[in-house]
Design a protein around this ligand. Structure first.
Ligand code: PLP
Length: 437
């Protein structure tokens, strides 16, 4: 086949001109590997975009999709349903913390975040506290690209072009990253629980009665792998509970085994009120997302409505039959192959391998938890991201796909990874670091 014309496609979050002058095109994928259009095998150290948790090309999912599309290609989900949407909701609910078992389907992480924010506002109104409208995010937070998500998000390039039309009534608490205190921590850093107390200051400023919800990623991935300090999430939970504020955990990356448990909430033993999901929910075979909501929030919203529709929100493709088929098949694989347990059992090996790069040129910090690691490099003068981009290119040429944000390299492999493949990833990165200026 001839190479397609590259000019029509406007690629997301991509340096389009640079990419098109030297395109990297993937042709197929199986297990831990992509194959490029040049026939090169590339080890996937990022599970696509933190989403292919069971590895690529899983036959069980392919079969479920093929059967589903033959049987029921599409069903509207407004005022009518299909059985698999209920089955998929039950399968998701079974993996959520106790009581967070009402599931609203979306198609992406961004939609899950905007849906969760709306649910928080709807809840307070239904509960007789319509004055609670303020939303609190965190610096460096990534919550997708909807207007709600970028408003509570804390990544400035994602916000600046749209700054005058972001949601009103949003504030941010401090992020938790500190080189000085926590560089080269293994797992949760010991320092930083007190950073959660900044929330008390923000609450004092606005008054608790105006605040609907706080949203954070329990472990921030896209901003460059920030691991929550010990005791930090517990403290956020205490403060939000004390003030009647809902706590939303954005688990788009952390759910479905990434940290060696079904959810980060489960791993840390901190139960939020709402959890946003996407990515691993369907092993990324089909775009899918969901919001898992505490039953009492759901019931309050439903019971407050006189009659008819209780919550004016939804998507044409909420609970799309292909998504619900992929969700059920993916969750079955996770369970049958005990992939969350597998991730937990590999976490130490992964940690050792990542930290073996301490002392390599340009390495300023290494952070890890479960099957996530970040390696932060010092930046070149006036060229943030240039060094990481070069490492990315070298690794790709040497058969390993990594990710980078700014000058932080990020690793989040499928949970089926073998130890030899972990070695290959970090050896390749080490060689790349040795070879660049
Ligand atoms: N929330 C978090 C924590 C994410 O990491 C992401 C994507 O990386 C999103 C939301 C947005 O998800 P999507 O790209 O599916 O809209």
């Amino acid at each position: 086949m001839t190479q397609p014309d590259l000019s029509n496609l406007w690629m997301p979050f991509t340096a389009n001109r640079q990419f098109k002058s030297n395109p990297r095109l993937l042709a197929s994928a199986k297990g831990m590997y992509y194959t490029t259009t040049h026939g090169q095998q590339v080890l996937d150290s990022t599970a696509g975009l933190w989403c292919v948790n069971a590895g690529h090309g899983r036959e069980e999912i392919i079969e479920a999709l093929s059967e589903q599309t033959k049987r029921l290609d599409y069903a509207p989900s407004f005022q009518i349903g299909h059985e698999d949407s209920f089955r998929a909701a039950t399968a998701v609910a079974e993996l959520m913390p106790n009581g967070i078992d009402r599931i609203f389907f979306t198609n992406s992480g961004s939609e899950s975040v905007d849906t969760a924010l709306k649910i928080a506002l709807a809840y307070h109104r239904a509960n007789g506290e319509a004055h609670r409208t303020r939303l609190i995010g965190r610096e460096r937070g990534y919550h997708g690209v909807g207007f709600g998500g970028i408003s509570v998000g804390g990544i400035s390039p994602n916000r600046k072009t749209f700054s005058s039309v972001l949601l009103p009534g949003v504030d941010h608490i401090r992020h938790t990253h500190s080189f000085e205190k926590n560089a080269f921590s293994r797992g949760q850093p010991a320092w930083g629980a007190h950073l959660a107390d900044h929330l008390e200051e923000v609450i004092a400023l606005h008054d608790a009665s105006t605040i609907a919800a706080v949203i954070v990623e329990p472990l921030a991935g896209s901003t460059g792998v920030l691991i929550p300090p010990q005791g930090y999430l517990e403290r956020l939970r205490e403060i939000t509970k004390k003030h009647g504020i809902l706590l939303i955990f954005d688990e788009v990356i952390t759910a479905f085994g990434r940290l060696g448990a079904a959810t980060a909430s489960d791993l840390f033993g901190v139960k939020p009120d709402i959890i946003t999901l996407a990515k691993g929910i369907s092993n990324a075979a089909v775009p899918a997302g969901a919001v898992a909501v505490d039953r009492t929030i759901h019931d309050t919203i439903l019971n407050a409505a006189q009659s008819g529709i209780e919550f004016f929100h939804g998507y044409t493709y909420s609970a799309h039959p292909l998504a619900t088929a992929a969700i059920q098949a993916s969750l079955s694989i996770y369970r049958n192959e005990q992939l969350f347990e597998r991730a937990a059992s590999l976490a130490n090996y992964f940690e050792e391998a990542a930290h073996s790069l301490q002392g390599k040129p340009h390495v300023q910090d290494i952070r890890n938890l479960g099957l996530v690691a970040g390696i932060e490099l010092s930046s070149r003068e006036n060229a943030v991201g240039a060094r990481a981009s070069e490492v990315f290119q070298k690794c790709f040429d040497n058969g390993v796909l990594i990710r980078y944000t700014g000058d932080t390299l990020a690793f989040s492999p499928p949970l089926i990874i073998e130890k030899s493949e972990i070695d290959k990833i970090f050896t390749t990165v080490g060689q790349a670091l040795d070879s660049i200026a």
